[in-house]
Design a protein. Structure first.
Length: 298
């Protein structure tokens, strides 16, 4: 009996270790130990992304837009990618653009709910919607000296649960049944997978080094993340530290906002900011040309 109990305790002790090993990839993409700061010897490019929730977290578009512009200035952001861009009659898009210009982001493109603001000239831009969806993003080619960098600011399909709950509450005064919620999650998950394949094909055809930034609506354990990360680098895994959650759902902080970049570059820092200006958190990374991988530039 004593031997059986000892073996049982030994097995129980191994179970947490087995779980950690099985989820090692996900953990590495969510949690990083602090590392010493690199010695920066090349110019840096600071890229940020934010799903800004229409600048409407507190019901005051002007005040929230001012906060976002202030943070962009404080963080010395060179390129800012915005999803769920919004405006109001008394504070339209050109007023928001003027705020960002005062923070150094003088070049600006906006289409629908997507916007990119830049310290450097935007040579070409294209707004896109994913096939069969209202979600999409912006592609912006940014001229930095003699080089061009292609930015994709993207917002992939949402889970659809928030809309389902809102509609069901209005129609029936309660929560939707579980089978309905599962159906919505399944359909939107399939849409996200298709959007990912479409975006992956666009990235692969780019003649320029690429940065993909935005709200993927998926975690690092997903097909979406694995597909989009192929051939690109996840800034958090290269230069982040701590816990990288960007969006809270049912009390759990999930990492669903990302900045991925061409292997010709490397990150010297990657941070998820604590400022509350949206239901998502802003992510900021500092990039430079990689001394070795830079030879692989397109």
């Amino acid at each position: 009996l004593a031997a059986w109990l000892a073996a049982r305790r030994w097995l129980a002790a191994l179970l947490p270790l087995a779980a950690l090993i099985a989820n090692a990839g996900y953990i590495r993409a969510m949690v990083r130990l602090p590392r010493s700061s690199p010695i920066v010897v090349q110019p840096e490019l600071r890229v940020a992304t934010l799903n800004c929730y229409g600048f409407n977290l507190r019901g005051d578009v002007a005040a929230t837009a001012r906060d976002v512009a202030r943070i962009a200035g404080r963080e010395r952001v060179d390129i800012l990618c915005l999803q769920e861009f919004g405006e109001s009659p008394d504070f339209p898009a050109d007023s928001i653009a003027a705020l960002l210009a005062r923070s150094g982001l003088a070049y600006w493109v906006r289409e629908g709910e997507s916007a990119v603001a830049s310290r450097y000239p935007i040579a070409e831009r294209q707004h896109f919607l994913f096939p069969g969806s209202e979600n999409g993003g912006l592609r912006a080619d940014i001229r930095i000296g003699q080089h061009t960098l292609r930015i994709y600011s993207v917002h992939l399909q949402t889970s659809g649960l928030h809309r389902l709950r809102r509609e069901h509450l209005a129609a029936h005064g309660g929560r939707p049944p579980l089978n309905e919620a599962v159906g919505v999650l399944t359909r939107n998950g399939a849409l996200r997978a298709g959007q990912t394949d479409w975006l992956r094909a666009q990235i692969d055809r780019s003649p320029y080094p690429v940065v993909v930034a935005g709200d993927f609506n998926e975690t690092p354990a997903s097909y979406v993340y694995r597909q989009l990360q192929q051939g690109l680098v996840d800034g958090f895994r290269e230069a982040g530290s701590g816990y990288a959650g960007t969006f809270e759902l049912l009390g759990v902080s999930l990492r669903i906002d990302f900045i991925l970049y061409d292997r010709a570059m490397e990150a010297t820092s990657y941070r998820t900011l604590r400022d509350r200006v949206s239901d998502h958190r802003m992510v900021v990374t500092a990039l430079r040309r990689h001394p070795a991988r830079g030879q692989d530039a397109r």
